[in-house]
Design a protein around this ligand. Structure first.
Ligand SMILES: [Zn+2]
Length: 106
């Protein structure tokens, strides 16, 4: 990506990156969720609300992320055929990246 594209699409790419980060936080907090559910079950409490809240958060962030569109080609950024790939850092269609240097780990 050349510097003018970075400038032109910077704000939208940042939003795309943030949408991805939110879903990643959900993935990473899954162990905490499992611990929480286990604790509640051990105490004989109902976990229905916790499961519903957790699924709702996933749904909201997942939909928010999959609906992101690439500022360059206007296609869905993370979705190529039917599947959302949360690990990608570049557009599924034109390859526009939200990382300044896609080769560098971030
Ligand atoms: Zn694109």
């Amino acid at each position: 990506m050349n510097p003018s594209e970075q400038e032109q699409y910077g704000r939208q790419l940042l939003q795309i990156k943030r949408a991805r980060s939110r879903l990643m936080v959900c993935f990473l907090t899954f162990p905490l969720y499992v611990v929480g559910v286990t604790q509640l079950l051990n105490n004989g409490q109902d976990i229905t609300w916790l499961m519903l809240v957790y699924m709702a958060i996933y749904a909201v962030f997942g939909i928010g992320m999959s609906s992101r569109r690439c500022p360059r080609c206007n296609q869905h950024f993370f979705v190529k055929h039917y599947f959302l790939n949360p690990f990608r850092r570049n557009c599924a269609h034109c390859g526009l990246s939200f990382v300044a240097n896609p080769g560098e780990p971030q």
